[in-house]
Design a protein around this ligand. Structure first.
Ligand SMILES: [Fe+2]
Ligand SMILES: [Fe+2]
Length: 256
């Protein structure tokens, strides 16, 4: 079901949070629309392709999709790239680290046509012209993928944070976190294992603090609304030991 997170008449942010059925991890897909332009964020794999394309058809945005954004390379992010590329005119926006690997998800007959459908983003990110505005494609490398990007939408002041801020709950971003301390239990294990290091988290948080973020919507679970709640998250992640910080010799013991 499509839920509007923002709508000023020209610019809309729409989320889909209930399309994963069965054992797949709950995941959120997002559509940003500005006038006649539309970008779909982290549409996922075969599991979500059919229900998501049906939802988009209801909104009338399926055949005119301009971009598909892949924050990183995971199955829940972009593994149905073949279906999206063959059935929509969209260009795929992805880190340059993944641009040469994504063709492995496409049939051979697409051959050298793939390159012109992929916008390969350098490590420093870019400003993507979009309708009457520009979306900021932000670097979020190692959070958790080696080539990881996020989108900041300056109109809705929303940070589409990918796996950063993800919570392992059944709720989608139409539910926002109400008590941060209580919510940590749903984020802690995921961030400790999937985020690469405290250094990456801290440097990323310092960058985010420079933006006027009013809402942060991760690719799994609930959203964070308002500067106070977002700052609580940034403070928490800036102090979190995770990934390689937690490695010991025991992490590399030969199985007995
Ligand atoms: Fe991921
Ligand atoms: Fe994910």
């Amino acid at each position: 079901m499509a839920v509007e997170l923002f709508n000023d008449g020209v610019h809309k942010c729409i989320s889909f949070s209930d399309l994963v059925k069965g054992e797949g991890v709950q995941s959120n897909q997002f559509l940003i629309v500005n006038g006649d332009e539309a970008i779909l964020l982290d549409p996922g794999g075969q599991l979500t392709f059919t229900p998501l394309s049906l939802e988009l058809r209801k909104l009338g945005d399926f055949d005119t999709l301009n971009y598909i954004f892949a924050s990183h390379q995971d199955p829940d992010i972009i593994s149905a790239i073949d279906a999206w590329i063959t059935r929509t005119p969209a260009k795929v926006v992805a880190s340059k680290l993944w641009a040469r690997f994504l063709p492995h998800l496409l049939p051979a007959y697409m051959g050298d046509k793939v390159g012109e459908r992929i916008i390969s983003v350098n490590d420093e990110g870019l400003k993507l012209p979009f309708g009457d505005t520009e979306l900021l494609i932000l670097p979020a490398h190692f959070l958790h993928s080696v080539g990881n990007l996020q989108i900041f939408d300056p109109v809705s002041k929303t940070l589409f944070s990918g796996d950063m801020g993800a919570s392992m709950v059944d709720d989608g971003p139409e539910h926002s976190v109400e008590n941060f301390t209580d919510h940590i239990q749903y984020m802690s294990g995921f961030h400790k294992r999937y985020m690469v290091s405290n250094k990456a988290c801290r440097l990323w948080a310092n960058m985010i603090r420079q933006l006027d973020v009013q809402m942060m919507v991760p690719q799994h679970g609930r959203s964070f609304k308002g500067p106070e709640m977002i700052n609580q998250f940034l403070d928490w992640i800036s102090a979190l030991e995770c990934g390689v910080d937690l490695l010991t010799e025991e992490s590399y013991t030969i199985p007995s």
